[in-house]
Design a protein around this ligand. Structure first.
Ligand code: 13P
Length: 250
């Protein structure tokens, strides 16, 4: 049985003072929940704060992006090794908010995925379709292409130590989550595609759902067989709501 994983994606929110309050509340409310792994992905400047507040707790931390390169003259970029310096253990890769706004190709995302793994970070690879693609019925094709870029470059075994987050773009920040059936169906498809190539990797792979998860819809989603947790945006900025979602994983 895969342990549930709940990841807070703070996106570009917070400051030193509000983060302190929020992390204190996380520690108080979430530390007792020992049936799941909790991770918080903070903006880069707050990695040191996350490290100093969360070390010696059972809450892990990470970032929301990394450079595809290891080191060098890449102004404004942050490397995987730099995240490791601050004790990070996870990193979000290929979030659609970045992929669209900063023109990240599937190949770029694949390189970042491997950078993360090479440096001992667990990549949380985001995949998902637009509303137009869903309405056209090609959502599986779209997600398959996103996965296949990595599979073709590095093989399916790399997913054994990775996390995939299915985030339908139409569900992110809209208040309109995918139904449990829609999410389960895509999660099953993702696991199946990897299982055809590597059964063990597929069985251990955690597949999260992200997109308008809240304390009300969390139970229906998390009870599904192939949904191993969530990637939570807005509701992770409120400790009580995030706790509600985490408790749903029980
Ligand atoms: P919301 O939970 O705000 O819809 O965001 C989801 C998301 O993008 C997580 O990465």
């Amino acid at each position: 049985m895969r342990q549930k994983l709940m990841v807070a994606n703070w996106k570009m929110h917070g400051n030193l003072a509000t983060n302190k309050q929020l992390l204190e509340a996380y520690i108080e409310k979430l530390s007792p929940l020992n049936y799941l792994q909790v991770v918080v992905c903070v903006p880069y400047p707050y990695l040191a704060q996350a490290q100093s507040m969360l070390q010696n707790t059972n809450i892990a931390w990470g970032a929301q992006n990394i450079s595809k390169d290891a080191v060098g003259a890449f102004t404004g970029e942050v490397s995987a090794a730099m995240l490791k310096d601050f004790g990070a253990s996870y990193v979000v890769i290929g979030h659609s908010e970045r992929a669209t706004a900063y023109c990240e190709s599937d190949e770029n995302i694949a390189t970042k995925f491997m950078q993360a793994q090479t440096h001992g970070l667990i990549p949380i690879l985001c995949v998902g379709e637009t509303l137009i693609e869903r309405e056209a019925g090609v959502m599986q094709m779209v997600v398959a292409k996103q996965l296949d870029t990595i599979i073709n470059l590095y093989g399916a075994a790399v997913f054994a130590n990775a996390v995939i987050s299915y985030e339908p773009i139409w569900a992110i920040g809209t208040g309109l989550a995918a139904s449990a059936e829609q999410a389960q169906s895509m999660h099953e498809f993702i696991r199946g595609r990897i299982a055809k190539l590597d059964q063990a990797a597929a069985a251990s792979l955690k597949i999260l759902y992200g997109g308008s998860v809240n304390p009300q819809n969390a139970v229906q989603l998390l009870v599904m067989q192939d949904i191993d947790g969530g990637l939570i945006g807005k509701c992770s900025l409120n400790a009580q709501e995030f706790e509600g979602i985490c408790r749903a994983a029980a």
